[in-house]
Write a protein that binds this ligand. Structure first.
Ligand SMILES: Cc1cc2nc3c(=O)[nH]c(=O)nc-3n(C[C@H](O)[C@H](O)[C@H](O)COP(=O)(O)O)c2cc1C
Length: 363
């Protein structure tokens, strides 16, 4: 779809309620109606982390393709990787509708989906049915709302998908499952991380591959929480961090639109906070831990800023709602231009350039 058509389609989608617009977008991707000119892939944007070769550093964030309906169509938009889920062991309906809200004046989104998804078995079938088992597809695992033992739900996700996941994300940072974020507290986190590492290593005995394990954290943390989290991550040899999920903070909004709705806020209003937490996490973790920066990226400039604040890889979701899939190519082209401008041959050379300034921003 070309630029003018894309903006017309976006206007049409915005006439619908946000959840229906999302469903229609997934359907359009599934049927091939929605496709973008693949973004040009500059070889300098290639990055290798763990045993994975990313064609570029920009991924689709979790929550867009909750049931792995369209991983290949998403990759075809030019993304370097995609993350499906969050998926829970059992199918669950999530919260009552309406549960997603656009804030056009702020270019933000509030969602309180509450892990609506079709469960492990349905996702497994879809992933097995993919024609080409190629491209980097991470699987984001969560816990059912009424699970007696939440840790067991994460372990079950790791066990179920160890033969299919490029990497795993352990998502303990959704604000929409009551009590889930409590797993970020130190002793609960230690138990959880220990359990998922044991499950991953056990499955590696049969699959022959130790799937990288990433932890996705909330931006609503104080310095002590973050120190605890990063120390546990390093101690348990978790392979990476994703910073961050949505925020419950509503400061800095214009006050227009449905800004008082409960749920997690994402998009432009999340940028400052998620980038601050990213930079602080980078300083605590040191240079070697791969970190995915996510939250409010909506341009090449904001993508570059995330890298300068400590990110190795990037993800987006909300800005696509406002700007459409052409944004992927724009961001990648803009990153390549910035490499030219600075005379860098890789994104790694740009990383951390501004980490101190970002880390000193208030949380
Ligand atoms: C509608 C919606 C649903 C989401 N669902 C999930 C989810 O299921 N699991 C998860 O880890 N993150 C989920 N997220 C969070 C995103 O993956 C991302 O961390 C967050 O939106 C910040 O990025 P953004 O500002 O580019 O949107 C969701 C976000 C939105 C907007």
């Amino acid at each position: 779809m070309t630029g003018p058509l894309q903006s017309l389609a976006l206007k049409g989608l915005h006439l619908l309620d946000a959840e229906n617009a999302h469903r229609l977008t997934v359907l359009a991707l599934k049927s091939g109606v929605l496709s973008a000119k693949p973004a040009p892939q500059d070889p300098r944007l290639k990055v290798r982390h763990w045993d994975l070769d990313f064609p570029n550093p920009l991924g689709m964030a979790a929550g867009f393709d909750k049931n792995a309906d369209v991983p290949d169509a998403v990759l075809d938009l030019g993304f370097g990787f995609t993350e499906v889920g969050s998926v829970t062991p059992l199918e669950q309906p999530g919260n009552p509708r309406p549960r997603v809200f656009r804030l056009p004046a702020d270019e933000g989104v509030i969602n309180r989906y509450g892990f609506n998804n079709e469960g492990h078995a349905a996702m497994r079938q879809r992933l097995l049915a993919r024609k080409a088992q190629s491209g980097i597809v991470g699987i984001n695992v969560g816990a059912n709302k009424d699970a007696d033992d939440r840790i067991a739900d994460y372990v079950s996700g790791i066990t179920e998908f160890a033969d299919l996941a490029s990497y795993f994300t352990v998502n303990i940072s959704s604000p929409n499952t009551p009590g889930l974020r409590d797993l970020q507290a130190r002793s609960a986190l230690a138990d959880l991380l220990q359990a998922v590492v044991v499950a991953r290593d056990a499955r590696a005995q049969t699959t022959g591959r130790r799937v990288p394990l990433l932890l996705k954290i909330a931006p609503d943390v104080v310095e002590e929480d973050l120190t605890d989290i990063v120390e546990e991550v390093l101690e348990k040899a978790i392979d990476g961090l994703i910073v961050s999920n949505t925020t419950v903070d509503r400061s800095g909004l214009s006050g227009q639109g449905p800004h008082k709705e409960a749920g997690g806020l994402s998009g432009r209003p999340l940028f400052r906070k998620s980038t601050t937490v990213l930079a602080r996490a980078r300083k605590l973790a040191g240079p070697d831990l791969p970190i995915i920066g996510v939250g409010g990226i909506d341009s090449a400039e904001t993508a570059w800023t995330k890298i300068a604040a400590g990110a190795d890889l990037l993800q987006v979701y909300s800005s696509l709602v406002f700007k459409g899939p052409g944004l992927v190519g724009d961001i990648l082209a803009g990153l390549a231009e910035r490499l030219d401008k600075h005379g860098f041959s890789s994104l790694r050379e740009a990383r951390d350039a501004n980490v101190d300034a970002w880390a000193s921003e208030p949380l």
